[in-house]
Design a protein around this ligand. Sequence first.
Ligand SMILES: [Zn+2]
Length: 300
Amino acid sequence: MIHGRLNPVTSKRIVTGFRAAAGGLAVLLVASCAATPPAEADAPSPAAPSVTSSPATPPTPTEATPTESTPTPSESAPPAAGDLAGRVIVIDPGHNRNSNGKFIRHKVPAGNGKSKPCNSTGTATNADYAEHAYNWAQANALAEVLRSRGATVQLTRDNDSGNGPCVNTRATLANTVHADLLISIHADGSFAKRARGFHVILSTVMAGGTRTEHASRLLADQIRSALTTQTGMPRSTYIGKGTALSPRSDIATLNFAKVPAVMMEMGNMRNVKDAAMLTSSAWRTKAAQALADAISAYLG
Ligand SMILES: [Zn+2]
């Protein structure tokens, strides 16, 4: 869930954001904070060894290539292991535990000429399964699948217990390593009745310019298709008017990206049906597979 910003697409989301805050489960205060450390202080170093991954996995085409009488893989066959060899993918698990409210409320540039809070605590299910924990689990599940296909995967944070990084530095790692793409993982928190489903947020003011925005849209199309056909999570019923796409100018994580980048709202944590999926490790594995298939298709 993203907080404290305007939505050019619909005003409903803003209302739901405030409802979340009213429930005491989200922070969207915008008070400035004078004596806070610089936003970048919490960002992981791009050179940090702990976040690197796995070129060590050799391609094993026999695992995924049928060896029976029909040697030609069907179009719907899963991509062969190793098909992402040489690719660099950055995953941003949205938020963090963010226990230091003063720090996460300090203002940072939003990448659209405005400023916004460093971060927020995110949303939660009605049973208090926190969004940051879901994002962390889903991001790592996705990383595992991508690494099994040969990709080098890096995460924008290397734990789920601290603060930040701030939203204005979430794209820094992807830009620095010239990633093939950046995917930010979130889940939404709308209290609107019958609001459920996933949507993909796209920036209309990316640092990478219109070519990067166009490439991001192609990635979003692949993700939308894969999630719909493979996970059972429907397109959003409350964002994007059935398209499951949400173009916006206020998402700093995407605005600063110079590489193709999308932000996922994987479902609505406040919806009982969505929450049952998001809290299931089996579903998260399925979703990771779908996201990885979309990334393979996009980069293929
Ligand atoms: Zn979020």
